[in-house]
Design a protein around this ligand. Structure first.
Ligand code: ATP
Ligand code: MG
Length: 264
C-alpha cells in the first residue's frame, strides 16, 4: 500500500481508510462496509472531524447507562472491529459489558475472524460466534436477526457502534436500551436509539473509556439522573444545528438565529 505522508492535510482520515481497507483484505470488513464508512466520513467532515460538546454530553450519558446496566453488551461489526478493536475490549472490561459479534452481512467465517481479531487485541470471551447459543430475534427478517442468548438477547443495555436502522428499531421494540454511535444524525439508527453519539467511533470509544474511568465512583442516583435527563431528540437537533452553523460560517454567513452560541 502507498505511504501516507504525515503532513498531508487528510493524513488521519487516510490512515483510518487504510485500516478499513486492510481489514477488508483480511475478510473482517465487507465491501458494503467501505461505503458505510464513506457515508460516515462525509458527516465527520461536516462536524470538523472533532468531538463536539454535544457528542461529549451523549458520551457521558452513555457511560452512566453502561455503569447502571445489569447486562450490558457491546455489539461489534466488521468496521468497528477494524477501527477500534483494543479500545472496544478496554471499554468492555471497564464497564463489565460482554462483546458480541453482530453482523449485517453474516457468515460463520467472518464471525470467527472478528472474534479472533478481538482476542488478538486482548478480548476474552466473545459471543455471537456459531449456532450453539444463537437465537433468532422475532422482530427481524433474514439472517440479520441472529443474536446470542447470553448477550444481546438478554441484555438490558446495548451499545451499537455502527448499526443498521432495521435492527436498532427491532432492539427498541424488544425493550432494550440502545446506545448508538453514528455520525449521521439523520439515520434511522440515530433516531431510534435512546442515546446517539454523533461522533466518529475512532474518537468516541477512547473518550468513553476515559469518561468511564472518571465516572465509575459516582453514586447510582447521580448516574440515574444523568441518563434520565438526557434527551436524544434534543441532542440530535443540537448536532444538526452545529453542522448548519458550521456550514454557514464556512460560507461567510452568520445569521442572527444561529449566532447565539450552543444552547442546551
Ligand atoms: P440507517 O440504517 O440507520 O437508516 P444507513 O442505512 O444510512 O442508516 P448503515 O449502512 O445502515 O447506514 O449504517 C452505517 C452508519 O454508520 C451510517 O449512518 C454512517 O454514517 C455511520 N458510520 C460509518 N462509519 C462511521 C464511523 N467511523 N463512526 C461513526 N459512524 C460511522
Ligand atoms: Mg441501513
Amino acid at each position: 500500500m502507498e505511504e501516507i505522508f504525515p503532513g498531508h492535510p487528510r493524513a488521519e482520515s487516510l490512515r483510518i481508510r487504510k485500516r478499513i481497507a486492510e481489514a477488508m483484505e483480511m475478510g473482517i470488513v465487507v465491501p458494503e462496509g467501505l461505503t458505510a464508512h464513506g457515508r460516515g466520513e462525509a458527516f465527520d467532515y461536516l462536524i470538523g472531524e472533532k468531538t463536539t460538546e454535544v457528542a461529549k454530553r451523549a458520551i457521558e450519558a452513555s457511560a452512566a447507562a453502561l455503569l447502571m446496566a445489569s447486562h450490558p453488551v457491546i455489539s461489534v461489526n466488521g468496521n468497528a472491529a477494524a477501527l477500534v478493536p483494543s479500545e472496544l475490549v478496554e471499554l468492555s472490561k471497564i464497564c463489565g459489558a460482554k462483546l458480541e459479534v453482530n453482523l449485517f452481512h453474516r457468515s460463520f467465517r467472518r464471525e470467527l475472524l472478528i472474534a479472533e481479531h478481538l482476542k488478538k487485541h486482548g478480548g476474552g470471551e466473545i459471543l455471537g460466534v456459531g449456532e450453539e447459543n444463537a437465537v433468532r430475534l422475532p422482530e427481524i427478517q433474514s439472517e440479520r436477526r441472529k443474536a446470542d442468548r447470553r448477550g444481546i438477547y438478554k441484555a438490558d443495555v446495548i451499545l451499537v457502534p455502527l448499526e443498521d436502522g432495521d435492527r436498532t428499531e427491532a432492539l427498541k421494540r424488544m425493550g432494550k436500551f440502545v446506545i448508538a454511535i453514528d455520525l449521521n444524525p439523520l439515520s434511522r439508527t440515530a433516531r431510534a436509539a435512546d442515546i446517539t453519539i454523533v461522533d466518529n467511533i475512532v474518537r468516541a470509544v477512547p473518550l468513553m473509556v476515559e469518561i468511564l474511568k472518571e465516572m465509575k465512583s459516582k453514586p447510582t442516583d447521580v448516574l440515574r439522573k444523568m441518563v434520565k435527563s438526557f434527551d436524544n431528540e434534543a441532542n440530535l437537533a443540537e448536532s444538526l444545528k452545529f453542522m448548519s452553523r458550521r456550514l454557514l460560517e464556512l460560507a461567510g454567513e452568520t445569521p442572527n438565529y444561529l449566532s447565539g452560541g450552543t444552547k442546551g
